[in-house]
Design a protein around this ligand. Sequence first.
Ligand SMILES: NC(=O)C1=CN([C@@H]2O[C@H](COP(=O)(O)OP(=O)(O)OC[C@H]3O[C@@H](n4cnc5c(N)ncnc54)[C@H](OP(=O)(O)O)[C@@H]3O)[C@@H](O)[C@H]2O)C=CC1
Ligand SMILES: N[C@@H](CC=O)C(=O)O
Ligand code: NA
Length: 376
Amino acid sequence: MAAHLVSGAAPKGINVAIIGVGLVGSAVISQLAALPILNIISLQNSRKILLSPSSAALKDWKSSLDGSTDSVPALPELVATLQKLTRETGRHTAVVDNTSNDSVASFYPEFLKAGFSVVTPNKKGVSGSLELYSQILKLTNPAQAGAPLFYGESTVGAGLPILGTLKDLVSTGDEVTKIEGVLSGTLSYIFNEFSTPAGATVKFSEVVKVAKDNGYTEPHPDADLSGSDVSRKLTILSRLIPSLVNLLPQGFESVPTSSLTPEGLKGEQDGEVYTQRLKEFDGEFDALRSKAASEGKVLRYVGTIDVAKKEIKASLESYPATHPFATSLSGSDNIIAFHTKRYSARPLLVQGAGAGADVTASGVTADLLRVAERRG
Ligand SMILES: NC(=O)C1=CN([C@@H]2O[C@H](COP(=O)(O)OP(=O)(O)OC[C@H]3O[C@@H](n4cnc5c(N)ncnc54)[C@H](OP(=O)(O)O)[C@@H]3O)[C@@H](O)[C@H]2O)C=CC1
Ligand SMILES: N[C@@H](CC=O)C(=O)O
Ligand code: NA
């Protein structure tokens, strides 16, 4: 039994420093309002920061942040400020990165060296170079008593228990032979609507727009349509399998990936222009759909990790209209099948919404609760 329960002392909880208050960040803040052991000590967007907000300021945090006169500090300065607040409160601090920013993700080792745990739905830190990933692992080595923690459950399958499930399979001695599934909420939604067993007629560009409006896409939808979001998730999964941990030194960029971004849109930096101009290419997607339909098939974007062959790929495939990927998915559903030595007759399946602000935030909040249980 934990010492504080024996002594009757109330748990101290932890401090939470939030970087990024967009779709996911806003939903995280709403969920934390009901969890007093997770104390928000700062929140920031790319321009402003709100430090040590009172509960009144937190209730209307958008106006409080707008009205803040503190501009966002450089990350080393933020570390110094958070260290001061950590000392003053006597509580452990977790930094939450709700951005899709590379610079924030590259700074995780510094947060961890300062003693802060890191929780994030941002895939950039764990799906890029093996060097950064290894640094994160080293700094959070559980063999070192009191080491800070790193959790990123929402980086794959949003709030669905994917990484926790895979870690449990591996740590209990099961052998994973293959992982396959639909890993993009955006691409799942798009193809569930665009390519159906009954034969859909909707335009590709229109479905992409709805996926963006529903908050399924990355801030720039090219990250979804190029397949890189799926290859990042495959990289994250593969690094949890002991025999594959060093397979991708450059991370997701080494994963063979089919891109759905039309040639004429490659390199378009503005996400709004990209989404707007997709309609110029609807004919190309109509042709793909018609070809699959003429064979009695539907299109689905899938990711596969074959452990024995050490092969990882993200690709657009055609499936018979009776296949579970064609019949059992809807909305932004992800489905992930873990084939293992123990689950050899039938794979262990995890399925459910794989994108959207609330479900993604719930994975982040659950990770924060794990930090509070272990360091609070
Ligand atoms: N949407 C989903 O379903 C899922 C999303 N994710 C991940 O969640 C993360 C957030 O996504 P989402 O909420 O949709 O993104 P948004 O674009 O809605 O929000 C991003 C937030 O980060 C802030 N930000 C960007 N750069 C910085 C910086 N350098 N310093 C401080 N703040 C910064 C932005 O501020 P400003 O507004 O000032 O630019 C904004 O508040 C992404 O990494 C995404 O991949 C993961 C799983 C599912
Ligand atoms: N854009 C991503 C969000 C979750 O990771 C997706 O569509 O799956
Ligand atoms: Na998850």
